[in-house]
Design a protein around this ligand. Structure first.
Ligand SMILES: Nc1ncnc2c1ncn2[C@@H]1O[C@H](COP(=O)(O)OP(=O)(O)OP(=O)(O)O)[C@@H](O)[C@H]1O
Ligand SMILES: [Mg+2]
Length: 517
């Protein structure tokens, strides 16, 4: 008996399931959606191969098979990703999609902790959540108490380090032994592990005293809550299907959470190791392989057919990413057209670069492209302002997509993104463009120490280059049709011109795929 609303329509008509959900899927995609829906599954797949599409269809399929919408938990990387997923699922099963718990790790944990936080030491269900700005104020007080000074740099160093520790599930009590075991720990006050442990501990107790959680606490506290039988039983009895997109960027804490919530043993983990771009925030692409160790019976499905981009773009991105040594081998192909060559522009200086890009945007708009088809992607936020000014002065509608932690948390649980629907050129960092696609993409600032950006944390040089290369891979693979790579020979940095060499990545893109414009 299928009592689920919405499901009834589809379950009643098996032919309809076939038509609606299984059309426009290749064999591997179809396997993702159907055959394995009662198993642990790892879907490891390149950019634009339909990962997000199969998640949406799999959710709809589960409902269509008569399972309750309450039994599904789907995790996306951003709140915007969640709203898009909701829309896609709704297009298959209608408004029942609203009853499915879909969101980022943060927003899902927030929702569950509103039910269960009363079981944790020091919290009520009405706990507050502090954004990073508020957390810094708490830390400032702690630092003034312990080391008697709290300049913004010190505050940042400590807050980042505490966050990293939390995401690695290292408590203040464990910090000392962690430092001893991990000599690569990157913290200037490294020798001062004990001091950090003390600051971390004081910060924790201050937050708890105020009935307040930071974003990381949402995950950690949910993990703690799952040690309590009523919480564990509730989740195990409720969530029969877990689906996780962008799993290459989950950190240790998030992975632990997945494990703890997998009572029914049915996890669908989707990701692309080549798109792991949050290592600096504790992301571990290894989680995907650990999943296979943890669940040896899990089925692995590879998706390699790209549906997004031209052959030229797919080839360029394949060639680029093959320079990474630390990767899971896969090669994307596409049946899309060859498309045009990749446009490479070298500007005399950064102002000329912005002028060039905006001129091209004007020309493209005159040839029938809409503004919303176009994105300008950069490595760090600061690079966007020249383009913003130039677009404003030419009266071209544009929006800057800000990248902040709030992208992964939606405290009001109301989805407020509308930028996708508006007809503007998007200016955004590569990080914030994850999962998105545009007909036309400009990747700007392809210079040494700009993209790849300067190794500010002095992390292992090879690992740094590999993460930067993955970022460029993400940038390039956002593009469907026309890709532009630009660089400036000099750029104004802190009031002085700085001469810049081309990005070493430019030499990794086959020359025959380029057109010099
Ligand atoms: N079988 C298919 N037939 C036609 N179009 C498809 C098919 N599979 C996926 N697509 C389209 O290809 C594009 C990329 O799909 P999707 O965004 O799901 O890929 P992805 O693997 O999640 O990409 P990313 O790695 O960037 O997150 C979308 O426009 C999607 O609608
Ligand atoms: Mg995706």
């Amino acid at each position: 008996m299928h009592t689920q609303r919405g499901a009834v329509t589809l379950v009643a008509d098996a032919g309809n399931i076939q038509n609606v959900l299984l059309k426009d899927l290749n064999d591997q995609q179809r396997q993702c959606v159907t055959h394995t829906y009662l198993n642990n599954t790892l879907c490891i797949a390149g950019a634009g191969t339909g990962k997000t599409r199969v998640i949406a269809k799999r959710i709809a399929f589960i409902v269509a098979m008569g399972h309750s919408t309450d039994s599904i938990l789907a995790v996306t990387f951003t709140t915007k990703g969640a709203s898009e997923l909701k829309e896609r699922v709704a297009s298959y099963i209608g408004s029942d999609a609203n009853m499915i718990l879909m969101g980022t790790f943060h927003s899902i944990c927030l929702k569950l902790l509103r039910q269960f936080a009363y079981l944790l030491d020091g919290y009520t269900n009405q706990f507050n959540v502090f954004n990073p700005g508020n957390c810094k104020l708490v830390l400032e007080d702690v630092l003034l108490d312990t080391i008697k000074y709290a300049d913004p740099r010190t505050i940042n160093t400590y807050i980042n380090q505490i966050s990293l520790m939390k995401n690695k599930l290292i408590t203040p009590d464990h910090y000392d032994s962690y430092v001893a075991d991990n000599l690569e720990v990157n913290f200037t006050a490294h020798k001062n592990g004990k001091l950090l442990a003390r600051v971390y501990r004081d910060y924790e107790s201050s937050m708890r005293r105020q009935n307040v959680m930071d974003y990381d606490d949402l995950i950690i506290n949910m993990i703690r809550a799952l040690d309590i039988p009523v919480v564990y039983d509730y989740c195990r009895d409720r969530f029969k299907f877990l689906l996780i997109d962008e799993s290459q960027d989950t950190n240790a804490a998030q992975f632990k959470l997945i494990e703890k919530m997998s009572g029914f043993n049915n996890i669908f983990l989707v990701g692309d190791t080549d798109q792991c771009i949050y290592e600096w925030r504790g992301a571990r692409m290894e989680n995907m392989f650990d999943f296979l160790k943890k669940y040896p019976d899990a089925i692995t499905i590879k998706l390699e057919q790209n549906y997004r981009s031209t052959k030229t773009i797919v080839k360029a991105s394949n060639t680029l990413i093959k320079n990474n040594r630390n990767r899971f081998d896969k090669t994307c192909f596409t049946e899309n057209s060859t498309g045009e060559r990749i446009n490479l522009h070298t500007a005399t200086n950064s102002f000329n670069e912005a002028e060039f890009v905006v001129n091209e945007i004007r020309k493209l708009a005159n040839t029938g492209y809409e503004y919303k088809d176009i994105a300008v992607l950069y490595r760090v936020n600061a690079l966007g302002s020249l383009f913003e000014n130039e677009l404003a002065s030419k009266r071209i509608p544009h929006s800057v997509i800000s990248e902040s932690c709030s992208d992964t948390i939606d405290l009001n649980d109301s989805v407020k993104y509308s930028v996708d629907n508006d007809n503007t050129v998007k200016l955004q960092t590569v990080h914030s463009a994850k999962g998105l696609e545009y007909k036309i993409v400009f990747v700007i600032g392809l210079e040494e120490n700009t993209f790849p950006c300067y190794n500010i944390d002095e992390k292992d040089a090879a690992a740094h280059m590999e993460e930067e290369r993955r970022l460029l891979y993400v940038a390039i693979t956002r593009c469907q049709e026309k890709l532009y790579l630009t660089r400036a020979c000099k750029r104004m940095v802190a009031g002085a011109w700085r001469i810049l060499k081309p990005s070493p990545f430019l030499a990794e893109i086959p020359h025959v795929l380029l057109r010099f414009v």
